[in-house]
Design a protein around this ligand. Structure first.
Ligand SMILES: [Zn+2]
Length: 203
């Protein structure tokens, strides 16, 4: 099922084991694991249909947290004539979509979901040398990786060291595989697919 902010839910979303009753429709289905959501109203599980239908909008339960300040800045930059109030309302709506209709992903730490081009990016998968080499137009993965670092991790990153010592060589194709790594790289693409953004963290 298509999720705007998560490209491969079958591989990278946090699913509950087996068939579970959905908190909202009560049907036994393959659901997302409620424990992977944040907020003050815990749920046991939610199915794809209910998540897409926006059932989380009525409860204090959400997945991830958007970088709303940066989103607001980008929206304002694109439309300088719009009032701060209008821009802030728009940023709030987009952030609500991200946080209430996106399946949870696994991360070591909590950080803000990146945005680019006045919208949140879509999570593509976990980074590896293989992935960056494939995404790089000229095949130079290291140089490409350097240019994808989100501003929040830019200053923290010794790019050569990360590339040599922390980036897995082979593609990470499942959540189970990702969990093995102490350092994880989260690779996102902008909605227009013209920009790749990377965030990383450590266990
Ligand atoms: Zn449901």
């Amino acid at each position: 099922m298509p999720f705007k902010y998560l490209l491969h839910p079958e591989r990278f979303a946090v699913w509950a084991d087996g068939q579970t009753p959905c908190h909202f429709c009560a049907q036994e289905k393959h659901c997302f694991d409620g424990k992977a959501f944040q907020g003050s109203e815990p749920i046991t599980a939610i199915c794809e249909e209910c998540l897409l239908a926006g059932k989380l909008r009525d409860v204090d339960t959400y997945a991830g947290e958007g970088d709303i300040e940066e989103l607001q800045r980008q929206l304002q930059e694109r439309k300088p004539d719009k009032s701060v109030k209008a821009v802030s309302k728009k940023a709030g709506e987009i952030t609500d979509d991200l946080e209430r209709t996106t399946p949870p992903i696994f991360t070591h730490q909590n950080w803000y979901w990146p945005c680019a081009g006045s919208d949140y990016c879509a999570f593509l998968g976990y980074g590896s040398k293989s992935l960056f080499n494939r995404l790089a137009p000229d095949g130079d993965g290291l140089d490409f990786f350097l240019n994808t670092l989100y501003y929040t991790v830019e200053d923290l990153s010794d790019v050569d060291e990360l590339w040599e010592e922390s980036l897995p060589a082979l593609p990470i194709t499942s959540l189970a595989a990702a969990k093995e790594f102490e350092t994880l790289f989260y690779v996102f693409v902008s909605q227009k697919k013209d920009k790749v953004v990377t965030v990383w963290d450590r266990r």
